[in-house]
Design a protein around this ligand. Structure first.
Ligand code: G1P
Ligand code: ZN
Length: 547
């Protein structure tokens, strides 16, 4: 077996964002691009040497265009870098939470996940790669920074000459000195879900007249949802729609929100809508939950799951704590307070939850961006959230909407919305942020209609476990009554800049909790525009996406 050392000129643009390195497919296809990054990962995690003896890695992706080619390249590079064994999902498929599950279950050194999450796929779409560590979670900033530094300096990579591994059939193969085990991508994950949720109760619910629609958006969760929801739990065949993963997600944008999951939204707002609607994204870590004609914000979903957690066998002993990203609404904080458990506010990105979960400080985590999960893995988990809702519905015998109405009556409602302005010229977006920050000195104490500004800051976070500090995590404007406006630039967009504005107003009065969120938030939306001069500076009349 020949180990080739291929010379490269290092790349300067391989800085991993909030969830790994994401670029257009064409960029990944350019000579040595993927190879350079993968070698930078190996050099970083193996200390510029061959992998330690018996090193095993997990490898899989969301099945998007270029997944299969990338898998073969990475396998040949892993062999050349001394990796002893790679577990690959059949067909190159592993949802992000399933990859996390497999890393943990088989105690591997780590894993490489190929995905650009919810970004469109296909030859014109996006591709991505990220490294997860032995705890199953995304590598912390310390490691991603080191990978980035290495990617800018290395002058060559190692790869063996070998024929492609037949990844479409489960079984054991050899690649040079390395073992390749092609595994069923669903089995380990499905087993974990059975251990966490009351499958008996859910089966009974689904055997009755309860209707379920799960939209896999032609992305990775199709096979997972069919196996778990239809086969193991007995949901009617056809409950899973768009269940065949396609390399370009059928031309769609595999992001489970009200804009992109419009097929599901139409079904759930029709007269004969089923009882629960849900969707997941490209790599299966996001979720959207809908009742009949009713949208559950992800922030509320986290709070409801927390409040009802003990109904699921895996959480029957109670939860240790909750963590939410800063822009996520404080609905979960209210539940944590009542339960007498801590609630942590972290920067955006799942990686910030890892330390808290490893230290046993939190059980549940969530982000407003349709991400919910728990310490069962170290990624957010779309299907897990759907199963949690099914478990709650099976035990409470209420509709999704009734559950929310009761929840708000008990805890108050954190009315919430996010406005995204996508593909803005980067300099204009940066100017808006700089201008806003420049006004922070004068804002506290100022009155805008019913609101008085209490504080403004640029959010920074000190990790309570390892003391690491993350600064510049979003501009917060907090009002006296707990309402908030947050401005943040996306770290995952691949075209220009995406500006996200997060709006949150607290409504304790049940008689006003049912109002339309955009109406309730209108005063805050106006303040956000006035403070940022957004419309004037961008020429945009409205956000690209409202959730
Ligand atoms: C977005 C979400 C963030 C999430 C990330 C990865 O990042 O806002 O919550 O962790 O995708 O799924 P952003 O584009 O805002 O940086
Ligand atoms: Zn995702």
């Amino acid at each position: 077996m020949n180990i080739n050392s291929v010379a490269t000129t290092p790349f300067k643009d391989q800085k991993p964002g909030t969830s790994g390195l994401r670029k257009k497919v064409a960029v990944f296809q350019s000579p040595n691009y993927l190879e350079n990054f993968v070698q930078a990962v190996f050099d970083t995690i193996f200390g510029n040497a061959a992998a330690p003896p018996d090193t095993a890695l997990v490898l899989g992706g969301d099945g998007r265009y270029y997944n299969r080619e990338a898998i073969q390249i990475i396998l040949r590079m892993a062999a050349a870098n001394g990796v002893a064994r790679v577990l690959v999902g059949q067909g190159g498929i592993l949802s992000t939470p399933a990859a996390s599950c497999v890393i943990r279950k088989y105690a591997t050194y780590g894993g490489l996940i190929l995905s650009a999450s919810h970004n469109p796929g296909g030859p014109e779409g996006d591709f991505g790669i990220k490294y997860n560590t032995a705890n199953g979670g995304p590598a912390p900033e310390k490691i991603t920074d080191a990978i980035y530094a290495r990617s800018r300096e290395l002058s060559g990579y190692r790869i063996v000459d070998a024929p492609a591994v037949p990844i479409d059939k489960t079984g054991n193969y050899r690649l040079g000195e390395m073992d390749v085990e092609v595994i069923d991508p669903v089995a380990d994950y499905a087993e974990l879900m059975e251990a966490l949720f009351d499958f008996g109760a859910i089966r009974e619910l689904l055997a009755g007249d309860f209707g379920l629609c799960f939209d896999a958006m032609h992305a990775v969760t199709g096979p997972y949802a069919k196996e778990i929801l239809e086969r193991r739990l007995g949901a009617a065949s056809g409950s899973v729609i768009n269940g065949v993963p396609l390399e370009d997600f059928g031309g769609g944008h595999p992001d489970p929100n009200l804009t992109y999951a419009h097929e599901l939204v139409e079904i759930m707002y029709a007269v004969d809508a089923p009882d629960l609607g849900a969707a997941s994204d490209g790599d299966g870590d996001r979720n959207m939950i809908l009742g009949r004609g009713f949208f559950v914000t992800p922030s509320d979903s986290l709070a409801v799951i927390a409040a009802n957690a003990i109904l699921a066998p895996g959480y029957a002993a109670g939860i240790a704590g909750i963590a939410r990203s800063m822009p996520t609404s404080a609905a979960a904080d209210r539940v944590a307070e009542k339960l007498g458990v801590p609630c942590f506010e972290t920067p955006t990105g799942w990686k910030f939850f890892g330390n808290l979960m490893d230290a046993g400080k939190v059980t549940l985590c969530g982000e407003e961006s349709f991400g919910t999960g728990s310490s069962h893995v170290r990624e957010k988990d779309g299907l897990w959230a759907v199963l949690f809702w099914l478990n709650i519905l099976a035990k409470r015998h209420l509709s999704v909407e009734q559950i929310l109405i009761k929840h708000w009556a008990e805890y108050g409602r954190n009315v919430y919305s996010r406005h995204d302005y996508e593909a803005l010229p980067s300099d204009i977006a940066a100017d808006i942020m700089a201008h806003l920050k420049g006004r922070f000195g004068e804002l506290p104490g100022q009155v805008f209609g019913d609101y008085r500004v209490k504080f403004c800051d640029d959010f920074s976070y000190t990790d309570p476990i390892d003391g690491s500090v993350s600064t510049g995590q979003g501009l917060r404007i907090g009002m006296d009554d707990g309402s908030r406006i947050v401005f943040r630039l996306s770290g995952t967009g691949t075209e220009g800049a995406t500006l996200r504005i997060y709006l949150e107003a607290f409504e304790p009065d049940p008689s006003r909790q049912g109002a339309d969120a955009q109406l309730s938030l209108a005063p805050l939306i106006a303040i956000a525009d006035e403070l940022s001069q957004l419309r004037q500076r961008t020429g945009r009349e409205r956000p690209t996406v409202i959730t």
